[in-house]
Ligand binder design. Structure first.
Ligand code: DMJ
Length: 676
């Protein structure tokens, strides 16, 4: 107990002595009285300091709770009024003169490189990375020296802390990975036999070029462009936008841009870096981007990089439960969960399988596939689901769901459902468990999450928290119409296609009913008809738009699989809105803070890598009438829009790709096929 020697004098320092009193009999009452006496004996300064410290702890606890409970505790605000769109809406900051020249190759932005800032939802933010290691610098230098030949540097790294020693799993890519340096069977069709781009596709190419110009001038080789401040931000320090955009450039036919980016990958992209990466985000964007670019180009460089990167992610799976940690240091091989929890996000651990499975198929090294599929197996067996719907968190020690009772198809759960279907398709529809889990989940959605709004009766997918329905739908959920349509194309119930159409209309209205024509991050739907109230309501905290792809992604699937041109028209409207409200004249596009104010959409000064990797790619494909361009019978898109081949029947060999699967009737096009 605290025992002051004399009546507490005022001091300019704190001295608290805690000792266990041997004579204390341990009675709670005595302890409480003694604590109170002790408290009274403290000086005011001492009490204030202690109170301040407790308040600080309380704030930390509250913040941490909010980051988990955020979706459920969004402040209720009056729906903002929708204003008419001005004929000449305000543009984002005007370009500077110096922006003109693009021919001289990328110039470094006029600022010091930033340290790796953390990005993403607050609950994914992790500790600041350590310095780039000495050996990392040497590796970079080595890469520079090897520039002429453009052969990727063959570095040997270690997973044992700072000790550098060879280990088979982290050596330069295996012979198998180096071997297939020919274009995949699909690649020539994409590069040489496609029709000239139509007018709308040319508009997408123009948008891409504009976005790329900003990235090239102000953020070259960095993760993300900050188009308004003409600078960049780092997340992993791996040229995220560039890698995410590689296959889009190839598909759009931007050879010059692609060549320049390829050279950067060859000479600058190094994974021997002391940096933490998020397993999911880096898998879908970097690993997925490298694998799909390899498939489209046949260029072994991309497979070598993919294998190197995949190896560096593997320590994430070394957990007691085999459920991977959220983060892994690709230089030291140390993996860990976020500092405040040992949980991982369910969507994150279940949306890396397409990429890891494909990496195994290409390299012949099963460890990637085994690690990822073990997660699928364990999640399949888990209790705590509600009619196929999964909670949002899973513990890396116990392997069990945590924070149960909350069910959403939005953030933290979304791509779990997407990857059930897509893994089933990728594996030639052999694994019935994946299909059945998917079917059960869609029935769970119907039973618990599907409602209709008033007055227009829009079908939407809400959320369920401990038995209470919330009429709230993330824009992220707009991946679902496309996924449902894809499932129906592969013979799943036809009512999935009906639901897809209904949800597609809703996602379109989430854009259409905003004054800018762009969806908010989260929409709330009116459940009861009220005078002058629209179906889609937005709370002040939710009215931002991050240039996300989900609506146009689903429009692509719906058009490709139904041929209904209204979906192209809807996508065209959205592209116009991006151009009107998010295009920064000096280069790039910016996410905005207020989709309801066309006079001041408030640019947030950030161009997410998925705008190039996904949004513009899906728009380009949506406007194409060529169903052979990345045919849905030959490719499955990962959740970052990177196309990966559907596997061929085993007898045709590992490196062959399927161009239609075991198809009973229509091999391609829009015909519906049924098989199980
Ligand atoms: C992308 O990184 C992926 O589509 C992911 O599945 C969800 N979030 C973004 C796009 O909104």
């Amino acid at each position: 107990m605290y025992a002051p020697a004399s009546p507490a004098p005022r001091r300019d320092f704190i001295s608290v002595t805690l000792s266990l009193d041997q004579s204390d009999d341990g009675s709670k009452t005595r302890r409480r009285r003694s604590c109170w006496r002790t408290w009274k004996q403290l000086s005011r300064l001492q009490r204030n300091v202690i109170l301040l410290f407790l308040a600080f702890l309380l704030c930390c606890g509250l913040l941490s709770y909010l980051s988990v409970a955020d979706p459920w505790t969004a402040p209720h605000g009056r729906p903002a009024e929708e204003k008419g769109r001005p004929a000449h809406p305000p543009v984002l900051p005007a370009p500077r003169k110096a922006d003109a020249d693009l021919g001289q190759g990328p110039r470094p932005p006029p600022q010091k490189p930033q340290r790796h800032g953390r990005r993403g939802p607050p609950d994914l933010q992790i500790r600041a990375p350590r310095r780039v290691a000495e050996d990392g610098r040497r590796t970079d230098q080595a890469a520079e020296e090897g520039l002429q030949g453009e052969s990727p540097p063959r570095t040997v790294v270690s997973w044992r802390g700072a000790v550098i020693e060879p280990e088979p799993g982290t050596e330069a890519p295996s012979r198998k990975a180096e071997a297939p340096d020919r274009p995949s069977p699909q690649a020539p069709r994409i590069q040489n036999q496609r029709a000239a781009p139509n007018e709308r596709q040319r508009a997408v190419i123009d948008a891409f070029r504009h976005a790329w110009a900003g990235y090239r001038k102000f953020a070259w080789g960095h993760d993300e462009l900050k188009p308004v401040s003409k600078s960049f931000s780092e997340w992993f320090g791996l040229g995220l936008t560039l890698v995410d955009a590689l296959d889009t450039m190839w598909i759009l036919g931007l050879k010059k841009e692609f060549g320049e980016a390829r050279r950067w990958v060859s000479t600058k992209l190094q994974f021997q870096k002391d940096v933490d990466v998020n397993l999911f985000e880096s898998t879908i964007r970097i690993l997925g981007g490298l694998l799909s670019t390899y498939h489209l180009t046949g260029d072994a460089l991309f497979l070598q990089k993919a294998e190197d990167f995949g190896n560096r992610l593997m320590p994430a799976f070394r957990t007691p439960s085999k459920i991977p940690y959220s983060d892994v240091n690709i230089g030291t091989g140390v993996a860990h969960p976020p500092w405040w929890t040992s949980d991982s996000t369910v969507a994150e651990v279940t949306s890396i399988q397409l990429e890891f499975r494909e990496l195994s198929r290409l390299t012949g090294d099963n460890k990637f596939q085994e690690a990822a599929e073990e997660v699928t197996r364990r999640v399949h067996d888990l209790s705590g689901k509600k009619d196929g719907l999964v909670p949002m968190f899973i513990n890396t020690h116990s392997g069990l769901f945590t924070h149960g009772g909350v069910f959403t198809l939005g953030a933290r759960a979304d791509s779990y459902y997407e990857y059930l279907l897509k893994q089933w398709i990728q594996g030639r529809r052999q694994d019935a468990r994946l299909r059945d889990d998917y079917l059960e989940a869609i029935e769970g959605v119907r039973r618990h999450l599907l409602h209709r709004s008033e007055p227009s009766k829009l079908t939407f997918v809400g959320e369920l928290a401990h038995g209470r329905f919330s009429a709230k739908m993330d824009h992220l959920v707009c991946f679902l119409p496309g996924t449902l349509a894809l499932g129906a194309h592969y013979g799943l119930p036809t009512d999935h296609m009906e639901l897809a159409r209904a949800l597609m209309e809703t996602c379109y209205q989430m854009n259409r009913q905003m004054a800018t024509g762009l969806s908010p991050e989260i929409a709330h739907f009116s459940l009861h008809a009220q005078k002058d109230q629209k179906d889609v309501q937005v709370k002040p905290a939710d009215r931002h738009n991050l240039l996300r792809p989900e609506t146009v992604e689903s429009l692509f699937y719906l058009y490709r699989l139904t041929g209904d041109r209204k979906y192209q028209d809807w996508g065209w409207e959205i592209l116009q809105s991006f151009n009107t409200y998010t295009r920064v004249p000096s280069g790039g596009y910016s996410s905005i803070s207020n989709v309801q104010d066309p006079h001041n959409p408030q640019p947030r000064d950030k161009m997410e890598s998925f705008f190039l990797g996904e949004t513009l790619k899906y728009l380009f494909l949506l406007f194409s009438d060529d169903t052979d361009l990345l045919s849905l019978d030959a490719y499955v898109f990962n959740t970052e829009a990177h196309p990966l081949p559907i596997w061929a029947p085993a007898r045709t060999g590992l490196l062959e790709e399927v161009t239609g699967g075991p198809v009973p009737s229509a091999r391609r096009g829009r015909g519906r096929r049924v098989w199980t």
